[in-house]
Design a protein around this ligand. Structure first.
Ligand SMILES: Cc1cc2nc3c(=O)[nH]c(=O)nc-3n(C[C@H](O)[C@H](O)[C@H](O)COP(=O)(O)OP(=O)(O)OC[C@H]3O[C@@H](n4cnc5c(N)ncnc54)[C@H](O)[C@@H]3O)c2cc1C
Ligand SMILES: NC(=O)c1ccc[n+]([C@@H]2O[C@H](COP(=O)([O-])OP(=O)(O)OC[C@H]3O[C@@H](n4cnc5c(N)ncnc54)[C@H](O)[C@@H]3O)[C@@H](O)[C@H]2O)c1
Length: 457
């Protein structure tokens, strides 16, 4: 069967869903295709369920801080309400009917099926029953296929029932012990959640430190917090094999050390869903790690790509940002082109670790004349009076030649919120001289930004 339309949106992550909705509302004949759930990884297996877990774990940690500050507490942790909220409130038991209806109400044709390019403007969709429909899109195709958990080539791993983010957000009973492979954002957040719910966690990171892309100062504050939560953090490890027998996982390290646990979570990066998308039919490389796009998100004639596969930051806010720009281009409207000099990111550990723009090392690698300023949050008035849980750091990176911040990091309670101030400064290239003339309310956490600016010299 062959069908004419204006636009096919292939993959409905957060950005694809929003773009398909906007294009349909603007009157285009839109075919919106997803092989799994409309909305993608974020609402069902990513941001939303993981942050519900984080919220619960943070409450436990805050309760434990009452002692010595505001009296005494005794808290009995229970996973049941967390699992219930995720299943019932966040994901409706991993059912996307509400999202499908919302998109259909906007005027799009919503299909559950696997899409594949079959030439410029042509997409073949294979429905779950095997029926294939070919769509010819007059205006073009938007690709938003996202990523899947990377499969590690570790001996024995593939034969074990390990968890990825897909399984861990559906857990109803916590294990006694857990090994986590990968100290990126997923590994760090889930590790802390599990530890705070009483699971004995070992975190194995191949790189020299966890959260490697963050400033070293930020990464070390989070690593210390995990250790304080009882986590065994092992960085710089090489994993030589994994096995599973009698309900126990055994992870053997290159130096001969062995780690046993009831469960294993692999959170060691993502693989882009580009390999089976028919990219070769439009002259693109299916083995690429990312799709090259211009500042309007064009990957070719009548072809746009948005989200994680563009390689500009695997975050929901990047997918949504790109979605709005690509939609304008699809509709032939003008607007600001995409710019990535101030992409913010927050790892929702406690303390939260936020960053924006360049790290000190990235700025130096670009040959900028770099000045940095740092300040420990616990030495600020607010950090000190906050007491337990008030640890953190603020670091600013200045391009001294231009007198503007090109990067900043904030680790601390609500670090992601404090980051907003610095994200604006980096985005709008507010002169450091102007930032120095601001009045910073006393005693807020964000007032410590002034101390970090002072430290620039
Ligand atoms: C555990 C976890 C926690 C996270 N936490 C955060 C966070 O706190 N903040 C944040 O900003 N980001 C977070 N992320 C990242 C965030 O989920 C992604 O950046 C976000 O989902 C955007 O991805 P995307 O738009 O590229 O597509 P995705 O959300 O990956 O969706 C892609 C969609 O395309 C579909 N698809 C793929 N191939 C095909 C095909 N051939 N045919 C049809 N459909 C196809 C898939 O089924 C999927 O629904 C987290 C991720 C994980 C895994
Ligand atoms: N709060 C957030 O915004 C948030 C939270 C979770 C995920 N995310 C997004 O999802 C993406 C995927 O997250 P992720 O944590 O899976 O990936 P990641 O690529 O960010 O981190 C993976 C980590 O695993 C390590 N690793 C790789 N192979 C290993 C091995 N064999 N043994 C031990 N360690 C190994 C890497 O060195 C790295 O530190 C991230 O890039 C991020 O953009 C964002």
């Amino acid at each position: 069967m062959s069908t004419e339309c204006d636009l096919v949106v292939l993959g409905l992550g957060p950005g694809g869903e929003a773009l398909a909705t906007g294009a349909a509302r603007a009157g285009l004949r839109v075919v919106a295709v997803d092989k799994h759930l409309v909305g993608g990884e974020c609402p069902y297996y990513g941001c939303i369920p993981s942050k519900m877990m984080v919220r619960a774990a943070d409450l436990l940690a805050e309760a434990s801080r009452v002692d010595g500050v505001a009296g005494e507490t005794s808290v009995t942790a229970s996973w049941a309400p967390v699992a219930r909220r995720i299943a019932e409130e966040a994901t409706t038991h991993w059912d996307d009917q509400v999202a499908v209806d919302r998109l259909a109400d906007a005027g799009a044709t919503v299909l559950h099926g696997t899409g594949r390019l079959a030439g410029p403007g042509v997409v073949e969709v294979t429905a779950p029953d095997g029926t294939v429909t070919t769509f010819r899109a007059a205006r073009g195709v938007v690709l938003n296929p996202g990523t899947r958990p990377a499969r590690l080539p570790i001996e024995g791993l593939a034969d074990t029932p390990y968890w990825t983010n897909r399984e861990v957000v559906q857990v109803t009973d916590l294990p006694g012990s857990l090994t986590v492979i990968g100290g990126g954002p997923i590994g760090a957040e889930i590790t802390q959640v599990m530890a705070r719910f009483g699971v004995r966690v070992t975190l194995l990171e191949a790189g020299p430190r966890i959260l490697g892309p963050l400033e070293p100062e930020a990464s070390s504050v989070v690593a210390d917090a995990l250790v304080a939560d009882g986590v065994r953090v092992m960085a710089g490890v090489e994993i030589s094999s994994v096995s599973h027998a009698d309900g126990t996982f055994t992870v053997t390290l290159g130096d001969g050390q062995v780690v046993h646990s009831d469960r294993l979570l692999v959170a060691a990066g993502r693989t882009p869903n580009l390999d089976d998308l028919g990219l070769e039919t439009v002259g693109l490389d299916p083995s690429a790690r990312s799709l090259e796009v211009d500042e309007r998100l064009r990957a070719g004639d009548g072809l746009w790509a948005i989200g994680d596969v563009t390689g500009h930051g695997a975050f929901t806010h990047v997918s949504m940002y790109q979605s709005a720009i690509a939609l304008r281009d699809v509709l032939g409207e003008d607007g600001a082109p995409a710019a990535y000099h101030a992409v913010p990111h927050v790892t929702f550990t406690d303390p939260e670790a936020g960053g924006v723009g360049l790290t000190e090392q990235q700025a130096r690698d670009r040959g900028l004349s770099v000045r940095v300023g740092t300040t420990p949050l616990e030495q600020s008035s607010r950090g000190w009076l906050h007491g337990p849980g008030g640890t953190g750091v603020i670091k600013v990176v200045e391009d001294a030649e231009r007198g503007v911040l090109v990067g900043a990091s904030v680790v601390g309670p609500a670090g992601g919120e404090i980051l907003g101030h610095l994200a604006l400064a980096v985005h709008a290239e507010v002169p450091v001289a102007t930032l120095r003339t601001m009045i910073y309310a006393y005693p807020t956490f964000h007032r410590a930004i002034e101390s970090a600016l002072d430290d620039l010299g």
